[in-house]
Ligand binder design. Sequence first.
Ligand code: PLP
Length: 401
Amino acid sequence: PSAFQHLMQAPEDPIIGVTTAFSKDPSPVKLNVGVGAYRCEEGKPYVPQVVREAELRLLNDLSRNKEYLPITGNPQFTGLSAKLIFGEDSPALNQKRVCTVQCLSGTGSIRVGAEFLAKHYAHKTVYIPIPTWGNHPTIFTVAGLEVKSYTYYDSNTRGLDYEGLLRDLNAAPSGVVVLLHACAHNPTGVDPTADQWKGIQKLIRGKNMLPFFDCAYQGFASGNLIKDAFSVRLFAGDGGECFVAQSYAKNMGLYGERVGALSMVCGSESVAKRVESQVKLIIRPLYSTPPIHGAAVAATVLGDRELFNEWKADLQGMADRIIHMRQLLHEALKARGTPGDWSHIIKQIGMFSFTGLTKEQVAFITDKFHIYITFDGRVSMAGLSVKTVPYLAEAIHIAVT
Ligand code: PLP
């Protein structure tokens, strides 16, 4: 007998479930392009050399200890993270209007921000794009916010439905929270242009909404950290308030180290101080204080000119390899004469390509070719290599013809 006898078997997370199925598949030709993790040309997990170097420095520094961090995290890390996303010359930073706390990667940063909003923000509704990263609705719902959605993607053009986005946010009540992907929108790989971002800014500010940026891919979209921070800097530079959740999972390859930060850009220095005092009350009963290692690694890389430059080169290398995979896959499909227009593969940016493959086609490809793709047709370009592109192209070709 058990007190938990009544429990039903819960469904597996749809994204993590793809990797579980992949791991169980004994096929020698199997390929995992479901998970959003960068792989090198050999298909292996990749730890940037600069991260290894930072870890060696930390290991050899015998003055380091294992004491608890403050509730808000490693101050060097949070300061450098804020500078990375907002820019060295950010007016909001200079005016000390930003409260930045170290959290457990992107997910933990969004969750702490969501908990804070549920407790302290007047409006309890968040608008998220359709589609979006599968964890977004759950994070906000469990934190106690009501989740509504706005149009984002146009499946006909496989691009942004800008008019639909403006229409839906215009129709939304003033003051609500609006979740935005800072760059490299997941799963579509479709981002607004600079002008479109300005239009979105005008609407959001005009309706006194609170923008909440999820920034999981800074440097991964274009290879350039500054370019990828455009949207966040636009909003953080206009004097208004916004939240930003940063993750170092992808751009520094620190996935399992759980390194991230939540920045709350506030109306004034005194509000930022009070916000910090209140966010500590949220974090303390959740996990008390964040872990030390990953944040120390990130701070070491961000705080040393030589390591920082090396990291920038690494990022460019990762972004370039992904862009190269896009070109190869596009060429391979064209060369086969696969029916349909596949130009979205080279137009979309970031880690993923939203291929337009149907659920049935994905199931067919997984079944016949042992290629693992999320059911929405999202393919991680970072999981491909020169060797595996032709195999995927062949599978897609057969699935759609
Ligand atoms: N936000 C988006 C859009 C993501 O794609 C991811 C990871 O896949 C995350 C946030 C959070 O990742 P993590 O919690 O590993 O930093």
